[in-house]
Design a protein around this ligand. Structure first.
Ligand code: T46
Length: 156
């Protein structure tokens, strides 16, 4: 079980991203994963969406968020996610419904290399709001979110 929101972000350090491992409840019938908000998911989600039927050559994302926090889970199939906090880029492959990727605010993300059967579920802390998006990379670099707002040493 992952730590609750307080423990997750209440240590005076702003979290940029983190891999989450979900514990399946398995028995002879199969497996079940329960995502409790405030526990396995470190916020109370107001929105769930999923991305599917994405062609392998397509890239999605290419933006950051000002305040939104999200957890991405490939509940079926796989895709890759590149995350960028201005100082560093890291690539994750999501290919298990037992693993989530937490993204805090101020992180540039791009999703690519989708398998034809990929269903990427995203839990979001807020309702959809276009004003929360930073869709221009130069604006992202110039805005000083993330590291320059006091995130030095942030966990990933
Ligand atoms: C993110 C990555 C991981 C809505 O109307 N409501 C919604 O909740 C969402 C997510 C999108 N939309 C509209 C906005 C666009 O007209 O759906 C269209 C496609 O959205 P977008 O181009 O932003 O999709 P992605 O895959 O580039 O990005 C999405 C999320 O928007 C974003 O928050 O972090 O997935």
């Amino acid at each position: 079980m992952m730590p609750a929101e307080g423990a997750f972000e209440g240590e005076g350090r702003k979290l940029l991203w983190r891999v989450l491992h979900f514990d399946p409840i398995a028995d002879s019938r199969g497996s079940l994963i329960s995502l409790e908000f405030g526990a396995a998911v470190p916020f109370f989600a107001k929105r769930v969406y999923y991305i599917y039927a994405t062609a392998p050559e397509v890239r999605r994302g290419a933006h950051a968020h000002r305040a939104l926090r999200q957890v991405m889970v490939a509940v079926h199939g796989s895709c890759k996610v590149v995350l960028d906090d201005r100082s560093r880029r890291e690539v994750f492959e999501l290919r298990s419904c037992e693993t989530g990727l937490y993204l805090g605010p101020g992180v540039w993300r791009e999703m690519y290399d989708f398998s034809p059967d990929c269903v990427l579920m995203v839990l979001a802390s807020e309702h959809y709001e276009e004003a929360d998006y930073i869709r221009n990379y130069d604006d992202f670099l110039a805005m000083g979110l993330g590291r320059s707002s006091g995130d030095e040493g942030a966990e990933r």
